[in-house]
Every structure is written in C-alpha cells, then in structure tokens.
Design a protein around this ligand. Sequence first.
Ligand SMILES: [Zn+2]
Length: 434
Amino acid sequence: MFWDQQLECIEPERLREVQLQRLKEVVKRVYEKVPFYRKKFDEAGIKPEDIRSLEDIKHLPFTSKTDMREAYPFGLFAVPLSEIVEIHTSSGTTGKPVVAGYTVKDIALWAEVMARCLVMVGATKDDIVQIAYGYGMFTGGLGFHYGAQKIGATVVPASAGNTKRQIELMKDFGTTFLACTPSYALYLTEYAKEEMGIDLSTLKLRIGSFGAEMWTEEMRKEIERRMGIKAYNVYGLTEIIGPGVAHECPAQQGLHVWEDHFYPEIIDPETGEPLPEGQEGELVLTSLTREGMPMIRFRTRDITTLHREKCACGRTLAKIERIKGRSDDMIKVRGVMIFPYQIEQAILEVQGVEPHYQIILTRPHYLDEVEVQVEMSKEIFSDDVKTIETLRKRLEKKIEQTVGVRVKVTLVEPKSIPRSEGKAKRIIDKRNLK
Ligand SMILES: [Zn+2]
C-alpha cells in the first residue's frame, strides 16, 4: 500500500536530483535568514554556492542539541514568529528544552509524511486509530493525529495514561490501530489481562505503530503475540519534525526514511567523519523542506545503519535499521561499550522472566559493577529456590555472552519494577561520574 507510489518508488537518480536542488535551496535560505547558521558557515569557511553535489554536505558544520538549547527559544527560526502556527518542545533532562516551530506548510508536510507511514503498513480510512502517545508539547500525539486525519481514518485522541480507559476505548470503539511507546503497549496487555480479564488479542486490533524509545525484535514478537497484531517501528524526533521521519514497511526489515524531505547520513560519532553505506554509526539528518525551522546536519545521537538497496516492498527510499542505542546512552563499563538493548535482547531469550528490567550501575571499589534486575514470571516466582538460582545463573551467562562483560543478575518479584506510561527508565547510574 502506498500513499504516494510515484514518489516512494522514485528512481534513485531522480531522487538525488531532487535532494540536491532542495539542499542548495535550504542552505541558501538558512544562510540568509538565520544568523546562527550564517555565523557557523562563516566560521567553517563555507558559502551556500560551495554546495555543488550531495557529497558537499560533509563540509557543512553539524548542529547539536547544545546549539539548539543555546538558541532557546526561537533562535533557529527561519521565518518571522507571525508565520509560526505551532510550537513543540522536546523534554530535556537537563537545562532548557529544545523548541521546534512549524509554519502552515510544515504542518502539512508533517501530515503528509505521517500519512505515508500509516498507509505503508496498511492503514486506511476504515481504521480506528487510537493515539496513546502524549498530546501537548510532545510531538508524538499530534504527529500521529495529523497523519491519521489526513488519510481519513477515525482518530481516537486518547493521549497517554489512564490505562483502564485506554482498554475500555479499544474494546468499545473497536480500535484497529494503536500508536504508543512499545513499553506501554506491553503494559496495556498486562493490565488488560490481570486487572480487567481482557485478552487484547481477542479485540479488533490489527496494527500497531510503536516508537519514541528503543525496543528489540524479541519485544516486537512479544507485543505481536499478546495483541494479535503486526507491530511496526516508527522513528522521529522533535528537532526534525516529530514522528514520521522514518517508518517500517510490511517487510519489517528496516525503516524507510522519507529522504526527499529528511536527508540521512551516517557518521562516526567519535570523529564526525561520514561512514560508507552499511556501516553502523550515528544518524545525522538535514531537513530539506522544512520552512519554519530547517535543520542542517543535526546530530541525532541515534546509532543505526543505512541501507540503499531496493526493498522487497518496492520502495527505493533508503532504510535505517532499528535504532540500537544513543551514542550518549552507551554505558561504558570497565572500558567496554554496552547498550541497554543488548541486555534486553539477552533477557528476552531466556524463559521464565518478564520483559521488565532495570540496569543499575555502581562503582563500589573504583570498579564498575553492573546489576541487572529482572522480573520473574509468576510461575517461576512460586517455584523452589534451586530453580530460581539456576535461572539466575543462566541469565548472567546469557548477558555476559551478549555484551562481553560480567554482570550480576538479581531476580525480583513480579510487578516490582516501576511501569512507565511513556519512556521506560532502564538505566540507573549511581556511579556519580562527571
Ligand atoms: Zn520496504
């Protein structure tokens, strides 16, 4: 299913032409309209007319989250404030949030790319789309909202939280399409079953679009099984537009990037050098058509790999692999880089535990210690001590094999790890590192 088949299956050569034309235009525009970019380009000794090929993008300076915070609130806008019709922010854990401004055209663009995402996985005007992402300053809720309305679906703007009501809505309205974070999707299945006696796989749900946090293939299988749906990965970020930068297709092997609007590069996070296709690194995005707040070479900090071969679904647009972690989320333990997703993968391969875990980092004697707390299933919890100890040891071994570092596993009671209605907090760092 295609929203815009001609564009989604465009000849790669033609796509390059479109991208180059748009890149030249946006670079010229930000140089003229945004003092922040003019200053950065001048310092790097680059002028808009130096961009003659797509490869020349590598001469442009990066834009970072820190740059955006310094430009708070409206320093990166390329149009007068009177042209901005909507503002969003991304939650910052430290300091000021990042602000994004949208013109009328930008909102239309957002609806367009989200429409492509939804139709790609089979959504139609007959679907009842329940959006359990937060509405408000967060882009998740409204991004899906605009896209679902654009394709003519029936939107249920449930927003995040109020789990009991979410499940009642699903049941009473016959929700067929669910959008939320993957950890919340799992929580919904659990709550429905245990608190309300409802098996979500018996409802009308058929498609889910999940994102805004890292999740694994194993978690996908678990959600698909518990909900009786096809579960897809959505990617986006406030700095670029919100959800809708990329989305998985029915092949479920990578997320197509709408690269006629968002130009992707992969760089080495340490050196900033562009990496060849197929190599893992940090995703950098340039918004080619955004009017209100164009972003030039934004460092997403998300770790992935870019692929350009034609997809089984017929689309020619590049694909990124599911996000493996954030370059600033990597945990460096005794010199080894580990990502939370690796631990999650290992846990989900072992029977007898629930997909709820927390990683606790401590440094008791000048040496990093990693403790992974994992919830036992109800069945195992009521089993004898020996069985539990065998399971614990198996987990420790599995995690060590996956990440290459010895960790301590503690099995905890069912339901003892805090549930989240948004992004799950996976790492608790008690090391006091600066
Ligand atoms: Zn595809």
